[in-house]
Ligand binder design. Structure first.
Ligand SMILES: Cc1cc2nc3c(=O)[nH]c(=O)nc-3n(C[C@H](O)[C@H](O)[C@H](O)COP(=O)(O)O)c2cc1C
Length: 366
């Protein structure tokens, strides 16, 4: 597939993202790659992988657990709750900065998507409603258990874990953090009117369902400053067996509550051809990052039109960056894009991770 962007394309112009000036508006979307050590420390390969992609305006890291119990949805996913993990992230931040890039760390709690065989802890969620999915455990595929509904004081501990993780991320040299409130994980589960069946102050009304994400955003802003905080949402996304009958009210309550904080950006995974895109866009006056997530691949011409009209501030792109470390160069030249290989998305080792060729490398071997 080829697309060509003009040198003066809006997507290729700089933008200020909170405290961080970035060189262009084509951000790298967060991508779990399952290459971390067994203790959740990112591998040495990760520094190479991210530095290769430093020409993205902003790199948003793979989802990263904020505490031991926050991980365990997939094997070999990283955390940011130990000194060893923080040290490894510092090496990654340094490598990305040395290559001229900018990077936010995506902070994650998997909620009901966790399996005890992977996390070593009990699976928790807003309510005792299981995701009808299997986890890939070391002993093979196993159904996800029914989560235990979190007690209110445990919810406070989770908010605190996000705060501490954000501090560690910034101390590691990250430009900021993205709070993961999307794709069927814990914060998204609380927002849902179907999965969240609580009758306390964290369930029921839209404001109550929005409360956990809002409290996490507020705590992290208090810890590291609004200019270093992004938020990701995906209303209506069925990933993680997520179900939502009402895909607007809780998000409306959430965005109304956090708007005065002035965070760096809102990152929304939504199909821009649906009315929901317009509804959500109207709820946010700050920096708006769109991820279209089309099964047929990213339509860069469509994204450029949106950026040019001012409908979006920036676009986040996942699989195209995964397969094309020099995506920006390829788009400028209208060159063929490498196709991502799903077989190596989560496979261990360097293959399909740091060996996608640049155009330059392809020319040299031709
Ligand atoms: C291999 C893979 C891993 C992903 N991991 C994450 C993740 O860690 N956090 C997250 O918010 N989304 C994750 N996603 C979703 C992507 O950020 C993005 O929304 C999706 O790939 C659609 O965008 P695209 O069409 O540009 O690839 C992942 C997607 C893929 C394909």
């Amino acid at each position: 597939m080829t697309f060509q962007l003009a040198a003066d394309a809006t997507l290729l112009t700089p933008i200020q993202v909170g405290d961080t000036p970035v060189a262009n508006r084509l951000f790298m979307a967060p991508l779990t790659r399952s290459r971390a050590d067994a203790d959740g420390t990112p591998s040495d390969l990760a520094a190479t992988y991210y530095a290769q992609r430093a020409s993205a305006g902003l790199i948003i890291s793979e989802a990263t657990a904020v505490s031991p119990g926050a991980g365990g949805a997939y094997p070999n996913t990283p955390g940011v709750f130990t000194d060893r993990q923080q040290y490894a992230w510092a090496g990654i931040a340094e490598a990305v900065h040395a290559a001229g890039g900018r990077m936010f760390l995506q902070l994650w709690h998997v909620g009901r998507m966790g399996h005890p065989d992977l996390s070593g802890t009990e699976t928790v969620g807003p309510s005792a409603v299981a995701a009808d999915l299997d986890a890939r455990t070391p002993q093979g595929r196993k159904p996800l258990p029914v989560p235990r509904a979190l007690a209110v004081d445990e919810i406070g501990e989770i908010v605190a874990a996000f705060r501490v993780a954000a501090r560690r991320a910034v101390d590691a040299g990250m430009d900021g953090v993205e709070i993961h409130s999307a794709n069927g994980y814990l914060l998204h589960e609380f927002l849902s009117d179907v999965v969240n069946r609580r009758t306390d102050s964290y369930g029921g009304s839209a404001a109550n369902r929005a409360r956990l994400t809002a409290e996490v955003v507020e705590a992290v802003v208090d810890e590291i400053g609004a200019g270093r905080v992004g938020l990701r949402i995906s209303p209506g996304n069925p990933a993680g067996d997520m179900r939502e009958d009402d895909v607007v009210s809780a998000y409306e309550a959430l965005l109304a509550r956090i708007t005065p904080l002035g965070i760096a950006y809102l990152h929304v995974l939504v199909d821009p051809t649906t009315p929901l895109f317009g509804t959500l866009r109207a709820l946010w006056s700050g920096t708006f990052v769109l991820n279209t997530g089309r099964d047929t691949g990213t339509d860069f011409c469509q994204l450029e039109s949106f950026a040019d009209w001012g409908a979006i501030s920036a676009a986040a792109v996942g699989r195209s960056y995964l397969a094309n470390p020099d995506l920006i160069d390829r788009l400028l030249l209208g060159a063929e894009l490498n196709e991502p290989d799903p077989a190596t998305f989560y496979a261990p080792g360097p293959v399909g991770y740091i060996d996608y060729p640049t155009l330059e490398a392809q020319r040299q071997t031709a």
